[in-house]
Ligand binder design. Structure first.
Ligand code: SF4
Length: 437
């Protein structure tokens, strides 16, 4: 039987795309080779948000080239965000790659897979990729709801590679979530680069709040999460729906990127810091115990010491639960790459990064310490002997000992916190909220 291997780099959206491609290849009779040592079709699903991610793809390509030189026969496909509209340069640099496919460009990969098997699609039986869902391998799953991004922040490559915002139809999304629930999924994470933009582009306009409400009625689903937020798109209606829908977890991921209005303007983020803080205040007013994570980029073009200090002030004022921080990495093709000087010295970027990492470590510890003694609901995601691991509704990792099973919702009292996780003791087993008809 023909085999495939998909190597996935980057974000949750790429993970979801890889699972979908894997489901399509299995429809064609391919088997997941699991190991990357031997496969008839090798796919690298790439990320180009930072240079480091691209370097990892190049190194994988180098390994595959050597395998080819040793006479091994297999196809190589590069898909995802590294592949833009024009692949001339990439083709020249990596002539041994058989196919370049943009994000979610599944059809040419499936065509190549069919050719490899030397049969026609007709013989294999037709299937609709839009309705081909990946079989889940655990109680949680990602569900993309809107693709692309219209925001064009100056440093970001995503809109150039993933295209404009394009929402999926609510009926398709709900079909997929029903399929996942029927196959044991308890928690879905709705994905979008700017997930609150969901629905604005559909003929029958809708929004994320309506989607949350529809998921409330899906039997078997206990939790809904959503990623990634964009402050300008986060309406009162959406915040109210998070507060009112019992399945939607009160956990927000809202990248602020900088605490300085001058820097936000250079980034073309489309909001002022006051507007961002007003959104955070609204969330905390409706859900005082909500967990709020953010992203910061340090060392963007022109970032002065006082602009960086404004970011530190924001972190002090806002007290985020989680802070993801990255150094600016110029991406060819973006406005910042073409028009702005990458003028913050490397060492300064590094020291700013470390400073924010330290702030993150101390606020993460504070957040976790606040949970000590509390009883929290855990969805069990992993089990090794009688050691279980799962997450709270706020997304915090908890270990505990129990004979519960993967997929159970368990009541756990937190009695220990470490830098990365928490430990607790089981005090009961929850029923799913909508089990009875
Ligand atoms: S909102 Fe900005 S940073 Fe986020 S994906 Fe869109 S362009 Fe990139």
């Amino acid at each position: 039987m023909a085999t495939f291997h998909i190597s996935t780099l980057g974000c949750q959206m790429n993970q979801a795309d890889s699972l979908k491609l894997s489901a399509g290849l299995q429809e064609l009779g391919y088997k997941d080779a699991i190991s990357e040592d031997k496969a008839d079709l090798f796919v690298i699903n790439t990320c180009s948000v930072r240079q480091h991610a691209e370097d990892r793809a190049y190194s994988k390509l180098g390994i595959l080239r050597k395998k080819r030189e040793h006479g091994e026969k297999f196809h190589i496909v590069v898909m995802g965000c590294m592949v833009g509209a024009n692949t001339k340069d990439l083709r020249r640099r990596f002539p041994y790659v058989d196919l370049w496919a943009r994000p979610q460009e599944f059809e040419p990969i499936l065509d190549l897979a069919v050719m490899e098997r030397d049969v026609s699609l007709g013989e294999l039986g037709a299937f609709d990729m839009a309705k081909t869902y990946a079989k889940p391998d655990g109680p949680t799953a990602y569900v993309p709801v809107i693709h692309g991004c219209d925001k064009f922040c100056t440093y970001c490559i995503v809109p150039l590679r993933r295209g404009r915002e394009e929402s999926r139809l609510p009926s398709d999304i709900l079909d997929e979530i029903n399929f996942l629930a029927d196959n044991g999924v308890k928690e879905v994470t709705l994905l979008g680069q700017t997930v609150e933009a969901y629905g604005h582009d559909l003929k029958e306009e809708t929004n994320l709040a309506e989607l949350f409400e529809a998921i409330e009625d899906i039997h078997g689903i206990a939790r809904t999460r959503f990623l990634t937020s964009y402050p300008k798109d986060m309406t009162d209606r959406i915040i109210d729906a998070v507060a009112d829908c019992s399945k939607v977890c009160e956990h927000f991921n809202i990248p602020v990127q900088s605490g300085s209005n001058a820097m936000l303007e250079r980034m073309r983020r489309g909001y002022r810091i006051e507007e961002f803080e007003e959104r955070v205040a609204k969330i905390r007013e409706r859900m005082p115990s909500a967990s709020i994570a953010t992203d910061i980029i340090v060392g963007c073009p022109g970032e002065t010491e006082s602009e960086f200090e404004e970011t530190l002030d924001l972190l002090e004022r806002t007290q985020f639960d989680v802070i993801h921080v990255a150094s600016y990495s110029p991406r060819p093709g973006t406005f910042a790459y073409r028009k702005l000087d990458d003028d913050v010295p490397k060492d300064l970027k590094k020291s700013r990064l470390h400073l924010i990492e330290e702030i993150h470590a101390s606020s993460a510890e504070k957040t976790k310490s606040a949970e000590l003694g509390k009883i929290v609901e855990i969805l069990v995601e992993k089990k090794t002997d009688d050691q279980l691991t799962g997450r709270t509704r706020k997304g915090q990792l908890v270990h505990f000992n129990s004979n519960a099973s993967i997929g159970d919702l368990v009541d756990v009292q937190i009695n220990e916190v470490t830098s990365w996780s928490m430990r607790g003791t089981q005090v009961g087993v929850f029923d799913l909220p909508i089990l009875s008809i």
